[in-house]
Design a protein around this ligand. Sequence first.
Ligand SMILES: *Cc1c(COP(=O)(O)O)cnc(C)c1O
Length: 478
Amino acid sequence: MAIPEQQAGLPLRQIPSVDELLQEPVIQKLLEAHPRWTVIEAVRETLEERRQKILALLREGSEAFVPDLSPLIGQVCRKVLHLARPSLRRVINATGVILHTNLGRAPLSSEALARLQEVAQHYSTLEFDLPQGARGSRQGHVQGLLTRLTGAEGALAVNNNAAAVLLSINTLAEGREVVVSRGELIEIGDSFRIPDVMRKAGAVLREVGTTNRTRLKDYEGAIGERTALLLKVHPSNFRIVGFTSDVLLADLVALGRGRALPVMIDMGSGAIADLAPFGLKGEPTVQETLRSGVDLITFSGDKLLGGPQAGLIVGKKLMIERLRKNPLARAVRIDKLSLAALEATLRGYLEGERGLGAIPALAMITCPLHEIEERAERVRAGLQARAHPSVRVTVEDQWSEVGGGALPAQGLPTYCVALQRSAVSPHRLEALLRDADPAVVARIKGEKVLLDMRTVREDEVGLLISAVGPILAGELGS
Ligand SMILES: *Cc1c(COP(=O)(O)O)cnc(C)c1O
């Protein structure tokens, strides 16, 4: 029902104007500490919400009264703090998922960060050959490192692995057919689906086999005049178990050789370090995979490699040359900040154990269990000391995930700090943690909120306790 203006007018007229509110001493203080636009926007929003509330009350036929200014001012303060803080900001990852796509995947090493900062802040040799005083190659900064580490003839770095797959398929198979097993027509996240990428790359998908079983003769039968490429895709975020069969890459390579067709594999995570000694089995490294004779491999820079967002393509030199000449290569090229961080990350691999230990994602994967337990115990003690009597803080042994589509069926043993607060649901507690500063992202298991200590780094322990402590300490309103 519409409210006649005169009827609504009286309560509405009691709402202060933007200018009046701006004159309030508390708001004046806000203006000193925060950008003007945030204060104005907060005041406008607060007044508009109040106006809408009054109109809603009148519509219901209830009395609409305008309270004094203090709740309005409190609301403005909260809104200003919200508007003034960066949207893209740090969180503490207590989920235990090491390569969490929504939380930015791999954190960078200090060395990568230092290189990134130097290149970001200054002019650089990005495409400049200093000895020649002439134009140089952007790819030159990482190409040698990638070929040295993987044993490949050629290498190319692009914006991300999705771009690497798109560029490779477009270059090798535009207007022709690509043979892929039905068991590998995967979707990663909500936007990367192999059949869609294939279409956008201008190639025609030729599916073979069934979801759970594909044999070499299925590939053989699909090869025809229009075939341009045999493709294998790492199933990444799922496993098909039970009555299954899969074609070995080496057999597919032999088939490709016999028919003069290139063979490519999208490895997704693509580890260079062998993680089997740390309990992660069944994931061949990029260099092992390359030894099967496959022509091209694509993988991500920010999954098991532990570097910045990037797509890495390694393989036969002539094929890499063709990719480089594709006009799409420019559209998906790697930016200088990622390139700086990527070079530093790859150099870490050449340094052996010390260099590898400095890559945070690898350090988390390989962290000894007793260290995680000891960290959990410290966090438990720190939180217990601050907690309200209604809070139970315990340590539990649990499982962490690598994430990033790597090793989906395998967990890593871990220790979690479990939080339980009587009369407060785990969902509410988890939401309060997300609202902390810095935000803490946890997981819920049954009636408990778990803080997984595998992904909380040693230098974050103090910060975690100071962020979570106040949530466990006071009385909680409803
Ligand atoms: C993660 C993944 C991708 C996408 O890689 P981005 O670096 O996120 O673009 C493609 N293919 C596979 C198999 C993956 O696991």
